[in-house]
Design a protein around this ligand. Structure first.
Ligand code: BG6
Length: 296
């Protein structure tokens, strides 16, 4: 299957993508030449569809945390019809593998018509969006044939990380030392992805467990919350099992009532300040007999 092939291409294409956003000697991230000043940006608006929209949600966590800039993330189909407020120095970012998705292209044109400076994290450099943005931030995932976005998604995240660091530096919120540390982690990403992709056996076992479920709940906090939404989207669009992504901290306000032994709950937990809270969410689920698959 193309999708399986593209899943396993990720470490290589993420490394290829990062190469054009990292200065290895200075241990700095780099942006293509642009004819506007990132330090003047007062707000960021990120618009996309489907899997790409979760890159926008993760970008909100990163840009607000690192650059201390307010970020609005929205799905393109909502954005273009809700008369968004675009006053002030806004950087409008579209994220798209194809660069042709109609809702995202229309949202880009809406932002440009409102005087917004636009950037695009796009995989097809000859696409409409690539031609129309003020700043093209290409991903180098190569052609993505699978309908469900996989390697394009992780390459988009790599570019979003570089953009976040660049905005933080431009706003004077990131020291050279902090940047070196982040660049160090970015350089480790391809190897870490290889390690994650070497869990075939465990994943095969998990698949059999989930395949019988009627409903699957994906939980995460912080940047793992949009990842939980992405995991649920993938299960729905690939295996036609109903799945829902939820903020782990929000589960007790409703979905916890659904938990019973026939339900699988996938919990994403990365190291960080909320990982203890996610662990207690896992205990809450197990106390109700839910089958937990923890990824972290
Ligand atoms: C959907 C695909 O149709 O379009 C998703 O199933 C994709 O995988 C979404 O994320 C957006 O497409 P693009 O090309 O704008 O990233």
């Amino acid at each position: 299957h193309f999708m399986q092939k593209e899943i396993y291409e990720q470490p290589v294409v993420v490394a290829d993508t990062l190469q054009s956003y990292i200065r290895p000697l200075e241990m700095q991230v780099a942006m293509p030449q642009m004819d506007f000043d990132l330090s003047e940006v007062e707000r960021v608006v990120i618009v996309a569809c489907g899997t790409a929209s979760y890159v926008g949600m993760i970008g909100k966590y990163w840009i607000e945390q690192m650059a201390r800039l307010p970020v609005d993330g929205d799905v393109a189909s909502e954005f273009r019809y809700r008369d968004p407020v675009l006053t002030g120095k806004v950087l409008g970012v579209v994220v798209s593998q194809s660069g042709e998705t109609a809702d995202t292209l229309a949202a880009l044109r809406h932002m440009k018509a409102n005087g917004v400076t636009t950037a695009g994290i796009i995989n097809v450099p000859t696409s409409s969006m690539a031609r129309e943005v003020d700043l093209l931030l290409p991903t180098h995932a190569g052609p993505e044939i699978g309908v469900a976005s996989t390697k394009a998604f992780t390459c988009q995240l790599a570019v979003m990380a570089a953009l976040s660091v660049n905005l933080a530096r431009a706003k004077g919120k990131m020291t050279a030392e902090q940047e070196r540390e982040i660049v160090g982690h970015l350089k480790e990403a391809p190897a870490a992805m290889n390690a994650a992709l070497s869990h075939d056996d465990e994943i095969q076992k998990m698949a059999h467990t989930i395949a019988e479920a009627r409903d699957v709940l994906y939980l995460g906090r912080g940047p793992c919350y949009p990842l939980a939404l992405e995991g649920a989207l993938k299960l729905k669009e690939i295996s036609y099992i109903h799945a829902e992504g939820y903020a782990a901290g929000e589960m007790k306000h409703g979905p916890i009532a659904l938990i019973e032994p026939s339900m699988s709950i996938v919990v994403l937990n990365s190291k960080g300040r909320v990982s203890d809270k996610v662990r207690s969410n896992i205990e809450q689920v197990r106390a109700r007999g839910g089958r937990v698959i923890a990824i972290g």
